[in-house]
Design a binder for this molecule. Structure first.
Ligand code: GDD
Ligand code: MN
Length: 381
């Protein structure tokens, strides 16, 4: 975060701390190597925004090309303040950049839009006006309501990926995303007061999703828009960005301990597969089934450990050395197995339970203990 170069104004004759009047908008544009697009974008904004709504533009740039210089040059012709925040380290990617931009914004309303001219700036005043009228905290420019379209989403492959991702996301957050037809949109207006910047953990492209789930603006409305073709260059999205999106979803979905326990359990269930495969291979090789069980269990444990490290406690790994985490995790997982039999004996002998419900109850008890133990002893300092 220290690596941010303080905002530089495009036109040195403008006062750098000039604050737009109330009823103004700060347009935040994340850029990564968009030198061929930013001039046109600023021109489009100049044509369609300031006459209807006072504005300032904040570029948050992670480029390795000369985008910042091109912006500063083009800003000379703009009748509004233009700031470029260039980051040396692209913390959080696109989403991290947008949060930096929102922090730097001085208006009540912030509109976030892409730097490649896929989002029409002529819609900016309408997004803000709709938010004011509906007394909303968030106004989403949507491709998926009447009047909108995803014309610029090039190729059936990208359309399919976008559809699948939208469907999955809505299925995972049915309540938080209620009323948002296009949670993947990168074009939206948000009231600065509705953004809980410190509670955000942006990770990659889906910053609207992050805001909708973690900041939870009160009223949300939508305005249709037509997703244009990219003006120049190519999308910066990649397979790596896709993986980042899945991690982002996992992080958002496991905010509460209960949700984490459910995911912990689901991962545990998948561990039966390597466990049983190893068991059959070992007994096939002539090992007695008891030592085979013990060894095979370690395969399940290792599988679970890898998934849990990657999906569930990714951010908490730094508290301990990996060897320390591995040892603690393995110990807990095996203690679970060793504890279960005496626990069943206790439930049957002391409490007179039948063997089957006693086994089921023991499974639940040791599972919860293992989850709590894993949280507290492996992933907390
Ligand atoms: N600062 C910064 N850092 N900006 C970035 C980064 C980054 O790491 N990665 C991308 N950007 C900028 C790009 O320069 C561009 O201005 C904007 O973010 C969008 O990036 P694109 O690479 O053009 O994204 P896209 O067209 O594939 O995806 C857009 O549409 C999707 C909907 O189909 C984005 O708006 C997505 O958020 C949206 O889901
Ligand atoms: Mn784009």
């Amino acid at each position: 975060q220290e690596s941010i170069v303080p905002g530089e104004l495009g036109d040195p004759t403008l006062d750098p701390v000039q604050v737009p009047e109330p009823g103004a908008v700060t347009i935040v544009v994340p850029t990564f190597n968009e030198s061929a697009n930013v001039r046109r974008l600023l021109h489009q904004i100049t044509e369609s925004v300031p006459a209807r709504l006072p504005c300032e533009v904040v570029f948050v740039d992670d480029s390795t090309d000369d985008t910042p210089d091109v912006v500063r040059e083009a800003a000379r012709d703009c009748p509004f303040p233009v700031t470029v925040l260039h980051r040396e380290e692209a913390v959080g990617g696109l989403g991290g950049a947008v949060v930096e931009g929102i922090r730097a914004a001085s208006s009540d309303w912030v509109v976030v839009m892409d730097g490649d001219c896929q989002h029409p700036p002529s819609l900016v005043p309408e997004l803000v006006a709709t938010g004011e009228r509906a007394n909303a905290g968030l106004v989403v420019a949507s491709r998926y309501i009447k009047g909108g379209s995803r014309a610029g989403l090039a190729g059936s492959y990208r359309v399919a990926v976008s559809r699948g991702a939208t469907w999955l996301t809505k299925a995972l957050f049915p309540r938080r995303l209620h009323g948002i037809s296009d949670p993947m949109s990168g074009f939206f207006a948000i009231r600065r007061g509705a953004v809980t910047a410190d509670a955000l953990k942006p990770l990659g492209y889906k910053i609207l999703l992050e805001l909708a789930v973690r900041s939870r603006p009160r009223t949300v409305t939508e305005v249709p828009f037509v997703f244009q073709d990219r003006f120049a260059g190519e999308s910066k999205s990649s397979a790596q960005e896709g993986m980042r999106f899945l991690r982002h979803l996992a992080g958002l979905r496991t905010r509460s301990p209960l949700a984490r326990m459910v995911v912990f359990g689901l991962i545990g269930l998948t561990g039966f597969v390597p466990n049983l495969v190893a068991l059959s291979a070992l007994t096939e090789a002539g090992l007695h089934y008891l030592p085979a069980e013990i060894v095979a269990n370690q395969f399940g444990v290792a599988w679970n450990f890898l998934l849990i490290e990657r999906l569930l406690f990714r951010e908490r790994r730094r508290h301990r050395h990996w060897a320390d985490r591995t040892a603690r995790f393995a110990l807990l997982a095996n203690a679970d197995l060793v504890l279960r039999l005496p626990l069943i004996a206790l439930l049957v002998g002391r409490f007179g339970m039948a063997a089957l419900p006693a086994t089921a109850l023991a499974l639940v008890i040791t599972f919860v203990l293992r989850f709590v133990g894993t949280e507290a002893l492996v992933y907390l300092p």
